[in-house]
Design a protein around this ligand. Structure first.
Ligand code: URA
Length: 434
């Protein structure tokens, strides 16, 4: 088999066979096929597309390119959750203990992430001492004993995807549905879960800005999951403004804890309760969304989820006094109130711009070696649909550097659209794809 012939075939719009896809993925992973040939194939895939069968073959080839995590020694059905990413998305920190409090094992591999703010692990590392490094035995024991552990993704998890994603990034071939779906699902499937709930976000702060595209991506990923025998459900949710009010690592941990204390923002609560309900359905704990939501709410109201969160943080070395007193989490030196320059209803708080502004403050990574400032970020004071008077606070800027703060303010102001009339209602959850 020759890579040249595979590129030519796809260039002509023909379907690649399973053997051809495995050949290219194996060759690319072991270095025998060079970047320039894979770049050419990616561009051919970009224009000619892949059908469902090819997408499944690509997912399987990437998922087997490294180590498959074996979670079989954990009792029960392990349901994983994945979000396609958004600004202020601290869902995992609240949702994982909510689901664990219902007796369902949550064995999660999370990432650090390049982007506006850190990934789930960076956020959790705002808690002094918290650590994701542990042996496989400790990870499994923790899940068996307290139903929850969060580990870091190992370098050997779907390494083909890692290489391919980096190449797509520099060859303008990221935004192809088959390539995105296979990339996400190869990592999820290699992580060993029995079933998967996907949160596919759409809107200004999301990867998929267009709602129809988000539904297509959701369907593509659900089909991949089902075709390899894993129950998969996707929920398409709004990311036209940040989720909750907090954007920034320790600010987001604080907000997730507040949710478990029964004082969380409504949108974050609704998303956690809905995602959790589907996790309980896939774990066969409940038969309906209604019943799942009831259990999720009860996990908050009874304080059980908060108890699980504290137990999990303690097991992973974190100082739980910071959870009992949230003021002990890393604090920024200055909290600057950003005031509205006009009165009116808020129509837009463009998520991508809020994200860039948080990045300017130091909440995220520009490159994979950048240092994150865990204490900085943005705390919104108003959300879409709220009325704001001229001079009222739109958001608080948590910062440690006046130069960065001033640039962040300049950026953040462009995120807002304020008008005289009330905006149209936009749902938070657009639909469920099964
Ligand atoms: N996230 C991924 O992991 N892969 C993609 O291709 C896009 C988003």
């Amino acid at each position: 088999m020759r890579m040249y012939d595979i590129i030519l075939k796809k260039k002509k719009g023909e379907m690649l066979t399973k053997e051809e896809i495995h050949f290219f993925i194996e060759g690319y992973t072991n270095g025998s096929i060079p970047d320039y040939q894979v770049s050419a194939l990616l561009m051919a895939i970009y224009f000619q597309k892949m059908n469902k069968e090819e997408t499944v073959y690509l997912t399987e080839a990437m998922m087997h390119s490294g180590k498959m995590i074996d979670l079989s020694s954990i009792e029960g059905i392990k349901v994983d959750k994945h979000s396609t990413g958004g600004v202020g998305d601290k869902t995992t920190i609240a949702l994982a203990p909510m689901v664990a409090a219902c007796g369902i094992p949550v064995a999660k591999m999370s990432g650090r992430g390049l982007g506006h703010t850190g990934g789930t692990i960076d956020k959790l590392e705002s808690i002094p001492g918290f650590c994701v490094e542990m042996t496989k035995e400790t990870f499994i024991n923790n899940v068996n004993e307290i139903k929850l552990a969060i580990g870091g993704q190992t370098a050997n998890l779907a390494p083909a995807d890692k290489k391919l994603y980096a190449l797509r990034d520099v060859t303008a071939t990221v935004d192809n549905l088959s390539l995105i779906a296979s990339s996400i699902m190869s990592k999820k499937l290699a992580s060993g879960a029995d079933a998967i709930v996907l949160d596919v976000k759409t809107g200004s702060g999301a990867f998929m800005q267009d709602i129809d595209e988000a539904f297509l991506l959701a369907k593509e990923m659900v089909d991949i999951g089902q075709s390899v025998g894993k129950d998969t459900v996707a929920i398409v949710t709004d990311m036209n403004q940040p989720l909750g009010y907090a954007v920034g690592n320790s600010l987001e941990v604080k907000e997730a804890v507040q949710l478990l204390e029964g004082k969380g923002p409504e949108d974050l609560e609704q998303i956690c309760i809905t995602l959790g309900a589907y996790m309980l359905i896939l774990a066969k704990k409940v038969g309906t969304e209604y019943e799942g939501k009831r259990l999720m709410k009860a996990a908050i109201d009874s304080g059980e989820a908060l108890k699980v969160l504290k137990g999990f943080i303690e097991r992973q070395g974190g100082d739980i006094s910071c959870i009992e007193n949230l003021d002990l989490l890393p604090q920024a030196q200055e909290i600057y109130p950003l005031k509205a320059s006009e009165s009116g209803y808020i129509h837009k708080i463009k998520g991508d711009i809020v994200g860039v502004s948080a990045l300017t403050l130091g909440a995220g990574r520009d490159t994979k070696d950048s240092e994150i400032d865990l204490s900085v970020g943005i705390l919104l004071n108003k959300k879409i649909g709220d009325y704001v008077e001229k001079g009222e606070v739109l958001a608080y800027i948590y910062n440690n550097d006046a130069v960065k703060r001033d640039l962040a303010i300049e950026q953040l102001l462009t995120a807002y659209e304020i008008e005289d009339t009330q905006p149209e209602y936009r749902p938070l959850i657009f639909g469920i794809v099964t």
